[in-house]
Ligand binder design. Sequence first.
Ligand code: 9MR
Length: 386
Amino acid sequence: MSISLSVHSGNSIGFKILKYLKMKKTLLFSVIFIVFLSQMGYNQQQISLKAAYKKDFLIGTALGAEHIHERNEVANHLIKKEFNAITPENHMKSGLIHPEWGRYDFDIADKYVAYGKKNGMYVVGHTLVWHSQLPKFATQLQNVDSIRSFMTEHIKTVASRYAGQINSWDVVNEALNEDGTMRKSIFLKLGEGYIKEAFDLAAKIDSKAELYYNDYNIEQPAKRKGAIGIIKKLQASGSKINGVGIQGHWSINTLNLQEIEDAIIEFSNLGVKVAFTELDLTVLPNPWDLKGADINQNFEGNPQMNPYINGLPDSVGVVLAEKYEQLFKLFLKHKDKISRVTFWGVNDGHSWLNGFPIRNRTNYPLLFDRNFQPKLAYQSVINLKK
Ligand code: 9MR
């Protein structure tokens, strides 16, 4: 700024103007400096889960219809900033995508796949064969031929529609009982070989997609043994299986790191990748943790079972952060075996755990709160990489 004023005395008008302009100049520099500082702060916030863990494994989230439709700008920004992998929480399940025999509703699934592609994300297909969330007509099928034709037509139609666009399919979901035996689902009426049939068909239709077996509690020894059996049988018969998905629906009260580590090692020893596909940590009491509680008892509305309706106490937030830190430390220790860690939901408000196993509760199982703000648990996961 050039100032050309003749200054005659300290009290002259010219001097006052000069003083004023100098003040303005100082003010301008101060403003520039503050903007610079806040820009630095903003840049620091550019840290994200996906950037922090870039060299280790993918970091994913499950998307509901509201996210796929990009209805909430804040949620949308957060998803793109933090995650590089996505799973459709519900909209590729047969009950939604295949509501009637021969009729498919691909609308939201198409948008989901397009969203992943547009944002350069790893796109998971969830799931081709699952006993739950079946369309009503499928639950009524009785004879083996119609069950087989439902399963094969479903896989053919859905997998071929997205062939080349899905990075990995959860081909079969939750085929096991807790003791490691096969779950008596409608698919088991086809014999245990239905798993091989499903994997082989998926491999034939979409040769590019990685194929996973996905289940919960398979870190626990008995069920893990069952999952190892499934993987070994597929491998022995020449089927393609790339990975196993340990869902990771755990609790801050009962998290068992030793079992998780044993499972990572044992699955990886079979030559398959290990993914944590549906991670969340409930902070609420579970009916089955209460000795003597009747599981069929209706706990809805019971304040003892829903203690944090007005917010998560700091002390519990700290425990949640510690548990997440321990888990991610373990994941990092075995990063050579782990392909992806996906959270089951974007933020606490969205989590299925607000409605299960007791309806209408206020749970806090994820890294982002109901206002999409990172929690202490987020910091603890990020800090491991600093
Ligand atoms: O989070 C999903 C919830 O919105 C659905 O109501 C529920 C229906 O069974 O499925 C939930 O997701 C499940 C996932 O697809 C498979 N593993 C267990 C998940 C939690 O139930």
